[in-house]
Write a protein that binds this ligand. Structure first.
Ligand SMILES: Nc1ncnc2c1ncn2[C@@H]1O[C@H](COP(=O)(O)OP(=O)(O)OP(=O)(O)O)[C@@H](O)[C@H]1O
Ligand SMILES: [Mg+2]
Length: 1015
């Protein structure tokens, strides 16, 4: 220790006293023994007198912790006395002779031998503030520490040089067990069958073209994370790459993202790495694997938060980014697994963010070769999506009574007084290891167990009913037994979250900083907290998430509120917005809560997660009502709902969207705000349209358009006319629809075509798709195709996934209506791929794609698309134009000769179309029925004939030229088959001319075949 020599010895003693105390404390904390105190220095022993396998690891942790404690203390002294205090530590490992001196009841030890000599030389050679260690120590502790090699050094009194390294810090976090001080881990017991199952699943996956996914399921504290850890330890040393996302602590709530953590492991990114270093590491390795910058490096850096601000990737739409990230990660997994067997661990699925969930869902649906994906989640989590992917499941029940007894022996020893406890606890705990560990600690805290680790005895007989019934109760009892200040600190930390920096804790507590630090250290020694550094700051984390939950629950409402408010103040504005939002809500700071929740919702919509966005908006709406009436701005209330709509629409959550929009409508009317009212009505029109209420949709669209005319703003006119056009199309008024939609196209200046105007899809694109379909129904295919191609062009330039999918459907749907099925397939397949995360658009795309496959000969594939489309649309209550989708399904069944299925579907479609007043689609359903009857020979021709004539009249009425042509072709064929040549002639000729004129080659060929067959 360095202390200015010319100090008054009394003052020096006063200043040094606490330093020595801190040093001894650190040794004790890691289970070491202080063998000697020599003025300003101490000698600590690890692994003696009690053996410990991991003595070197403990010694390194103690040395680092010692430096940390003294550094804090030194800073204080530097400030108060102007004296720098620094300390050196030297470590060495090897055999030493231990001398024991007994003084009455106490014993002390002296170690003698080479390692002792070398350790003290290391200490002398270390620079102040550092830890030097010999190669022996470094080798033993390698996995747990980061070192800087110094090289061979000559040591006084030795005739050879020895390898020396500086211990820099604990190793970068791999899992939470790795950062846990070794002493918090109990001896691993039981679970042999489970480990075998994991190993076996792994062996079966490695080398195979398809990997496996396995989920470990169990209650809190059952040992899921520990099992994973032991499994990974078994694999260590083999040529296997294991990436472990680590466990989510409770406070991370629904915001846990293991992905970045795993990428950091893979790319070997250290906490201290600057952004440039991260970029180099990532780019270097990906290029070596053959990946490109734009498609792999950028998305990966994006996940790591290490993209430069001007990177083109950041200019992409959120959907595009999301998709590219998923693709890049899948590529990476496949590429990596091609070199080594790969194990990917995603823990705590109950808490992951929806982007993580999306990726994991994709991953377990298509596990790369030689890969094992291990998931863990708690038993009460709704994991249907995991089961649906065919994931194997490993249910963790309690450990066996024998294993529990073994665990207890390791924790408390084998004193005969413990027999009763060993009998009782395994039974009461249900074999939950956390329960057992915590209960033992609780008994040690209370003095019921006396002795030293591994050697306890029961101080008084175990009373009946003294073992609490649940893990929760065990933890409650432990917290209750803490001294007042420690309990307070634990509760304060629990209110901050799973982890809190000492810095923040100092700012929110009333306790003197010194007291707080001591208390934190006591809690750490008691095994409740784990110390770690976070962004260079000392922080504490709960050892187990349940402990945080229980500690938080012991707080009274008023106290909680007060603490959240203080935390809110203590956190910098740069803190994560969802964290700020949580504290503002719980602190009942409603205005701030609204601001943060709204911001969080917008960020979530922009980034990855509409579902989280909706959750934020729901809470924001609730918070809004808590504001005092004079602060409740109507404007904000409406805009909040518009932003919420943007998250609800892509999710296909029609009914909730309807409610939200209706409220927006009422509020806008109340405010006399024509602009917002027009916007609300146009959105309402879309929403009513989607759920099949075209009557209401039309009314809303017309009112929106009228208001837009009144306000006279182009943007409003465009969205009003778009809604009107879309609704008329649904109703079968194709002529009117195309007039409105052409107006939209004309209204949006080319320069504005790529502006969303607050909508979910680009109005310039949506208008073109609807216009193209309307024109196609009217038989103007050339014009339709030009417009649809324009739409796709605009969408491509915007790189906006929703718009691209819409435009693909626009063009693909136009081709399908013309009968160009082969050409439609690639366009629609692209649309389906792009819409992966846009539920709303998938059913119609899948339906057109399915029909195209079937018409090109692939009936099975076609049907599977159609069935998925119908189920999906129904599950979202997306009823608008569903009749047409059902008709397409019926058409395929008819192609397959399955008449009864076909006719059931046609009847369903007809009923729904009539109910929803979709006249065009009703005509299609009737046409399908007639086709079925015409194909089924046992049905009377006159009835079928009548059906065709009726459809023909309706189609003429609606100006649906392609349907008119198909009807006449069918009638012609029917007459030909009935040898009524004269009647056939007129229809055949007319159909031929029309089909040729509209370039409907598929149907023309079909007609010619019929004519030829009739001879
Ligand atoms: N087989 C075992 N032998 C010894 N100790 C165990 C065993 N299984 C678990 N433990 C210990 O029990 C405690 C709880 O285990 P763990 O954290 O793995 O639970 P978990 O199931 O992951 O809980 P959560 O759902 O909260 O994540 C840990 O301290 C762990 O070391
Ligand atoms: Mg766990």
């Amino acid at each position: 220790m360095e202390l200015i020599a010319d100090r008054d010895p009394e003052e020096a003693r006063q200043l040094l006293g606490p330093v020595v105390e801190h040093m001894c404390e650190a040794v004790a904390q890691y289970g070491g023994t202080v063998s000697e105190v020599m003025g300003d220095g101490i000698m600590g022993l690890f692994g003696a007198p009690l053996a410990a396998e991991d003595h070197a690891v403990r010694a390194c942790h103690a040395a680092l912790s010692m430096q940390d404690l003294v550094r804090h203390y030194g800073d204080d002294i530097q400030r108060s006395h102007g004296i720098p205090i620094q300390m050196r530590v030297g470590l060495s490992s090897g055999e030493a002779v231990l001398g024991m001196n007994t003084h009455g009841l106490h014993a002390s030890y002296t170690a003698i031998g080479l390692p002792v000599h070398i350790a003290s030389r290391m200490e002398q050679m270390a620079k102040p503030g550092t830890v030097l260690a010999t190669a022996d120590t470094v080798r033993l502790a390698a996995a747990h520490i980061e070192v800087k090699t110094i090289g061979p050094l000559m040591v006084k009194g030795l005739d050879r040089s020895i390898e020396v390294s500086e211990i820099r810090r604990a190793a970068t976090t791999r899992s939470r067990f790795d950062t846990a001080p070794v002493r918090t881990m109990s001896r691993f017991v039981g679970r042999r069958a489970e480990l075998e199952r994991l190993m076996e699943t792994f062996s079966r996956a490695s080398g195979k073209p398809a990997g496996s996914a396995l989920a470990i399921v169990g209650e809190a504290g059952m040992g899921k994370s520990r099992l994973v850890y032991e499994f990974l330890r078994t694999l260590a040393g083999r040529s296997i790459l294991a990436l472990d996302g680590g466990g989510a602590p409770f406070g991370s709530g629904a915001g846990y993202r293991p992905g970045p953590h795993m990428l950091r492991q893979y790319f070997n990114i250290l906490d201290t790495d600057q952004v440039v270093a991260m970029q180099e590491k990532v780019a270097g390795r990906i290029v070596a694997l053959g990946g490109s910058a734009a498609s792999i490096v950028y998305p990966v850096l994006f996940v790591l938060g290490a993209l430069p601000e001007d990177n083109p990737f950041l200019a992409l739409s959120a959907d595009e980014r999301r998709q590219q990230v998923v693709e890049a990660l899948m590529w990476l997994a496949r590429r990596v697994a091609a070199n080594h067997p790969l194990v990917l661990v995603y823990e705590d699925m109950q808490w992951v963010t929806s982007d993580t969930k999306n990726f994991v869902e994709r991953l377990i649906g298509d596990v790369p070769r030689s890969t094992l994906v291990v998931l863990t989640y708690r038993s009460d989590y709704d994991a249907r999506w995991i089961e649906a992917a065919g994931t194997l499941e490993l249910q963790l029940e309690g450990i066996s009574p024998a294993a529990a007894a073994e665990l207890l022996s390791a924790l408390v020893g084998d004193d005969p007084s413990l027999d009763g406890l060993k009998e009782e606890l395994p039974r009461r705990s249900g074999g939950n290891p956390l329960f057992i560990e915590e209960h033992v600690r609780s008994m040690i805290d209370s003095g019921e167990l006396q002795g030293t680790p591994g050697h306890y005895r029961l101080a008084r007989p175990l009373g009946a009913g003294e073992i609490p019934p649940t893990v929760r109760a065990v933890l409650e009892a432990r917290i209750d037994r803490l001294g007042r200040p420690d309990k307070q600190v634990l509760q304060e930390l629990a209110t901050v979250g799973d982890t809190a920096s000492v810095d923040v804790l100092v700012r929110i507590t009333d306790m003197p900083a010194d007291e707080l630090r001591k208390s934190l250290r006591r809690l750490q020694t008691a095994g409740m907290l784990i110390e770690r550094t976070e962004g260079g700051q000392l922080a504490y984390e709960f050892k187990h998430s349940l402990m945080q939950a229980v500690a938080y629950e012991t707080l009274l409402h008023g106290r909680r509120r007060e603490l959240h408010l203080r935390i809110l103040e203590a956190l910098a504005d740069g803190a994560q917005v969802d964290v700020l939002a949580r504290h503002a809500v719980l602190g009942e700071a409603w205005r701030q809560a609204l601001t943060y929740l709204w911001r969080a919702g917008k960020m979530a919509t922009e980034q990855f997660a509409e579902a989280e966005a909706v959750a934020c908006y729901e809470r924001a709406l609730e918070v809004f009502t808590r504001l005092p009436p004079e602060k409740q701005s109507l404007e904000a209330a409406i805009d909040l709902r518009f932003d919420m709509r943007n998250a609800l629409v892509p999710l296909g959550r029609q009914l909730r969207n309807l409610e939200v929009l209706r409220e927006a409508e009422t509020l806008a009317a109340k405010r006399g705000d024509d602009r917002r009212l027009a916007q609300a009505l146009s959105s309402l029109a879309n929403c009513y349209g989607n759920i099949g209420r075209s009557d209401r949709a039309l009314d809303a669209a017309e009112r929106s358009l009228a208001l837009a005319e009144k306000v006279g703003e182009t943007g409003l006119l465009a969205i009003g006319a778009l809604s009107a056009g879309e609704t008329h199309r649904t109703l079968g008024n194709y002529r009117e629809a195309s007039e409105h939609l052409s107006r939209v196209v004309a209204l949006i200046e080319p320069g504005d075509a790529r502006r969303l105007q607050g909508q979910v899809g680009l109005p310039a694109v949506r208008a073109r798709s609807h216009l193209a379909w309307s024109l196609a129904e009217l038989g103007d295919f050339d014009h339709a195709r030009t417009v649809a191609e324009e739409g796709l062009h605009i969408a491509d330039a915007s790189e906006h996934a929703y718009s691209i999918s819409h435009a693909c459907l626009g063009l693909g749907g136009t081709r399908v209506r013309q009968g160009e099925f082969q050409a439609a397939i690639s366009i629609l397949a692209r649309g389906l791929a792009t819409s992966e995360r846009i539920p709303l658009l998938r059913p119609p795309i899948a339906a057109d794609l399915g029909l195209s496959y079937a018409r090109c000969g692939n009936v099975t594939e076609g049907l599977s698309h159609l069935h998925a489309a119908i189920d999906h649309a129904k599950s979202m209550s997306r009823l608008s134009r569903l009749p047409l989708i059902i008709v397409k399904c019926g058409e395929i069944h008819l192609l397959a000769g399955e008449w009864s299925d076909a006719s059931r579907l046609a009847e369903d479609a007809l009923a729904l179309a009539v109910e929803q007043n979709e006249r065009g689609n009703a005509a299609y359903a009737r046409y399908l029925l007639a086709e079925i009857h015409s194909a089924a020979k046992d049905i009377e021709t006159t009835q079928t004939e009548r059906e065709y004539v009726e459809v023909l009249a309706a189609a003429v009425d609606l100006e649906m030229k392609p349907l008119v042509a198909r009807c006449r072709a069918s009638l012609g064929a029917l007459y030909l088959r009935g040898r009524r040549r004269e009647e056939a002639q007129g229809h055949v000729t007319a159909a031929r001319t029309m089909l040729r004129g509209m370039a409907m080659r598929y149907w023309l060929d079909k007609l010619e075949t019929e004519v030829a067959n009739a001879g």
